[in-house]
Design a binder for this molecule. Structure first.
Ligand code: FE2
Length: 277
């Protein structure tokens, strides 16, 4: 079947930068932008990054490289600790975003080459701890210091992210889920007041945030390369671990292209199953 995307990871119905599915009575990232400090999730290679302040966590999205990969830099507001999801390409660009604050951790969403082109350099410069799933780690080319499984927790400073293992695009793909700030310790707050110069997004704290790598995009699941068993596995995992437990407002940050929200995609699950990709 015809795929129109510029890479082989995502479904062809939606191209990067285009709006997500229309006609759903759910707030899309584009529609939400007005009350969100301007964050839309639409970035382009060579263009500026976009940052949103969720209070306990700041998310910066940048598009890099010839395959239009998204990299996400997450920063703990309380400690300044930083975590990068996918050192995909353009190491200098990523290092510029990381800045002088250092990088504690770099998580590789999966083993595909377009997601790891800058990994060796970023690790060499920052000393960041590498994290990946054991099923993909041997193919990543840079040694993985921490292997993570489904349900594991990864900390960005004080902020916990939960690992969701999704099998199908690759055997060891992982999504990272942020569900809100850590509980405040008795007698004090776990959060700093935030930093000046950025618009806080209080609404952003109200729903989960999910970084999906190449497992879920606006318009469908990630590519399973014509393998029906891999497709069924990915759809099963997405329905059981993502669409089942998470609410419609869950913000989806994919490995390529525009963001979406879970509620915009949920009405199409049957359609995706029926078409087989
Ligand atoms: Fe991929």
């Amino acid at each position: 079947m015809l795929r129109t995307g510029s890479d082989s990871s995502r479904p062809g119905r939606i191209r990067p930068g285009e709006p997500g599915p229309e006609g759903d009575d759910v707030t899309t990232p584009q529609a939400a932008a007005g009350g969100d400090g301007g964050y839309t999730g639409s970035v382009r290679v060579g263009g500026p990054a976009q940052t949103r302040d969720l209070g306990a966590l700041t998310v910066t999205k940048v598009a890099v490289g010839p395959m239009d990969n998204n990299a996400y830099l997450l920063r703990c507001s309380a400690t300044g600790a930083q975590l990068l999801i996918d050192a995909a390409n353009e190491a200098d660009r990523l290092l510029e975003l990381i800045g002088d604050g250092g990088l504690d951790t770099v998580v590789t969403s999966h083993r595909h080459a377009d997601h790891i082109q800058a990994l060796a350099r970023v690790v060499a410069v920052t000393g960041a701890r590498t994290v990946a799933h054991p099923a993909d780690a041997p193919a990543i080319g840079v040694p993985t210091r921490r292997l993570v499984e489904d349900g594991d927790e990864i900390l960005v400073g004080r902020v916990p992210l939960r690992v969701i293992h999704l099998v199908g695009h690759t055997p060891g793909s992982v999504a990272l889920l942020y569900t809100g700030p850590p509980p405040a310790p008795a007698g004090g707050s776990a959060q700093s007041p935030g930093h000046s110069g950025r618009v806080t997004d209080p609404a952003g704290e109200a729903h989960p945030h999910l970084f999906t790598g190449d497992c879920l995009f606006p318009g469908g699941p990630g590519n399973t390369f014509g393998d029906p068993d891999a497709f069924t596995s990915l759809m099963d995992d997405l329905e059981r671990k993502v669409f089942g437990p998470l609410p419609d407002g869950t913000w989806i940050y994919p490995g390529h292209g525009a963001d979406t929200v879970l509620g915009a995609e949920r009405p199409h699950l049957r359609e995706w199953r029926d078409r087989g990709w």
